[in-house]
Each structure stands twice: as structure tokens, then as C-alpha cells.
Design a protein around this ligand. Structure first.
Ligand code: MN
Length: 327
């Protein structure tokens, strides 16, 4: 059933761990989904977090996601290893490689496919996230942007790449529609890392490899302390660690060539609906999108160049759709 998706009430700093759900991407690649969770629908505007791999493909294997539609969201694709070929109904055709960002803004409607390109390395490791567009931007024209290079901060053994939004005043060139942050943290070996955060945001950490220790000194009244005492929390891949709001800094020890994604943003004032590949702000918009895809409505266009099979069909929307309460 479609559900109202929203983050928890802004409740200050917390450490809440969420397991990840194994699911299938496209024609059968097993991936791990960190959001949405039953008890955590959003982190700022972030509504969908998929960790892809790490996997090593045998010859002939790879990613194959047939053309499918999106609305009212942005897809954020970022790779640690491997390559992906993106095609969309705007005519975009783009191979993405590690260190680059693909940002697809669905807005009023778009469709796309994703495949392993013919000439590729056997390894695949990366993430694909969805950012919900706020209500007043949900129907903007669709767009696709590819960024070859992103701002990077060097901090000792760590490299911090700003993928989306802003961190410590360093801004990603990616076009965003809501106050947010999305950064990649890569450590060679081990070392400490201290980052200033926007305390209005809710934040979450997702480890892709290695491990990290969180110095959780961000309890009420201690968020700005220069010295760090208090609890430490060990973080490993395979879980999403929700950090709540009200944190002015993040203090980590990174171990074992740790790779992590830090996400955050202003909490949405109102929940969004998610059904299949659609985000919407009301039931009517969701039903319209659901009806327009099988009708081949112009808003979703066609994906030229995809030759690996038919497009994806939407699962049936229950006729007596009852929306769950928002939180
Ligand atoms: Mn998609």
C-alpha cells in the first residue's frame, strides 16, 4: 500500500540504528535498501537510499533496469566502483564513473533506463538515492545533469566530497530544491574526522565499507563542545544510523579504509507519498501518474536506445486506496 512518508518529529540528537532490506534492482541484482523504513520515512528530503554492491559480475552479468517513470523527485547516482549507462526520455545518454555524479530531476515526469555499459569493469559498487521535491517544485520540468567533478575537502587521511547541497560552506554544483547535504567520506587507512553540521538538519550515516566510531557528544547542551566525551558508537556497513536533529558537529574515527555517506536536510513540514517509482504530494497526483504511464502519456516520453527488453510496468494500485497516517 502507498504510505505517507515523513521523518520522525524533530527531536534533537539521537542515535537510532536501522537494518537494511535486501531487495532486487532491475532484472535481479540484489541490493540493500536503507530507506524507507517502517519507523523512518525520510531524512530531510532523502526518501530512498539504495546501496548497490559491492559485487563482481561474471561475464555477461550486470545491471539492467528497463525504462520506468519517475515524478516529483531527483535521483542521485554515485559510484565507488564500476560504470553505469543512463538513458532518459530527454535524450540523455551518459556513462557515469566513480567520482562523478548523475542527477536526474523528474519533476513533472521523466523515464529512464540504467545498464552496465558493454565496455565495463567487473566490479560494481555505489549508491542511488532519491530526493523528494517539495510541493512547490514537484511539477517543475524534468532535467538531467552530469557532474564530472565535485568539490572535495582534504582532512588528514579523509577526503570529503560534497555531492548535494552544502557542508561547511562548500557547495556542490548540483541543482537542489531544498536545504540539504549529501557527502561522501573516504578514508585511506584510519584517522579522525570532525565536520561542522547544520544543526537545523536531521542527519544519517550510511557506511559502504570499513568501519567508523561515532563520538556521540551531541546531547542537549553539548552539541558545540570543543572537547569530545561521552558515548562512542561503532558503525559498520549494513545499517543506517539516524542521528536526529540539533547536531552542530560530527566527530568520527574512521577505520579500515572506511567509506561512508552522510546525508541530511531540513525536515519536510509535510509528508510525501511514495508508490512504486512515483513521489507525490497528494493522492490525486499519484493516481494521475499511475494512469499516465500505461497510457504512454507525453510527460514520461520514451527512452531511445534501450534495446534489452520491454519497459517496466507499474504494479496495480489498490482500488480502495487508503493512505496511512503521516507519521
Ligand atoms: Mn529509476
Amino acid at each position: 500500500m502507498p504510505e505517507r512518508h515523513a521523518g520522525p518529529q524533530a527531536g534533537g540528537p539521537v542515535v537510532r540504528r536501522f537494518g537494511m532490506r535486501a531487495t532486487l534492482l532491475g532484472d535481479g541484482l540484489r541490493i540493500a535498501r536503507a530507506l524507507p523504513q517502517k519507523d523512518l520515512r525520510m531524512v530531510g528530503p532523502w526518501v530512498f537510499l539504495d546501496h548497490i554492491g559491492p559485487v563482481t559480475f561474471a561475464p555477461g552479468e550486470g545491471v539492467n533496469v528497463a525504462p520506468h517513470p519517475h515524478t516529483a523527485l531527483q535521483t542521485v547516482t554515485w559510484l565507488v566502483a564500476g560504470e553505469l549507462l543512463h538513458r532518459d526520455s530527454l535524450g540523455s545518454e551518459q556513462v557515469i564513473r566513480p567520482g562523478q555524479l548523475n542527477l536526474m530531476t523528474a519533476g513533472h515526469g521523466i523515464s529512464h533506463s540504467e545498464e552496465s555499459p558493454p565496455d565495463r569493469s567487473p566490479a560494481m559498487h555505489g549508491v542511488q538515492f532519491w530526493v523528494a521535491l517539495p510541493r512547490d517544485r514537484a511539477d517543475i520540468p524534468p532535467a538531467f545533469d552530469h557532474y564530472d567533478a565535485l568539490p572535495v575537502m582534504s582532512r588528514g587521511h579523509a577526503r570529503v566530497t560534497v555531492l548535494m547541497g552544502e557542508l561547511e560552506g562548500m557547495r556542490s554544483p548540483a541543482i537542489t530544491h531544498w536545504p540539504m547535504t549529501g557527502v561522501d567520506i573516504a578514508c585511506a587507512g584510519s584517522g579522525p574526522l570532525r565536520l561542522a553540521l547544520d544543526a537545523r538538519f536531521e542527519h544519517a550515516l550510511l557506511l559502504l565499507q570499513g568501519r567508523a566510531t561515532l563520538h556521540d557528544a551531541a546531547g542537549p547542551g553539548t552539541a558545540n563542545r570543543a572537547d569530545v566525551t561521552g558515548n562512542t558508537e561503532d558503525i559498520v556497513p549494513g545499517e543506517l544510523v539516524y542521528l536526529g536533529t540539533g547536531r552542530a558537529r560530527l566527530v568520527l574515527d574512521l577505520h579500515d579504509d572506511c567509506r561512508a555517506i552522510l546525508l541530511g536536510g531540513l525536515p519536510f513540514a509535510e509528508p510525501v507519498l511514495i508508490w512504486w517509482n512515483f513521489v507525490a504530494h497528494d493522492e490525486e497526483a499519484l493516481r494521475r501518474a499511475q494512469a499516465d504511464w500505461p497510457a504512454h502519456a507525453a510527460r514520461f516520453g520514451t527512452v531511445a536506445g534501450y534495446a534489452a527488453g520491454p519497459r517496466l510496468e507499474a504494479p496495480e494500485l489498490p482500488p480502495n486506496l487508503r493512505l496511512k497516517p503521516s507519521r
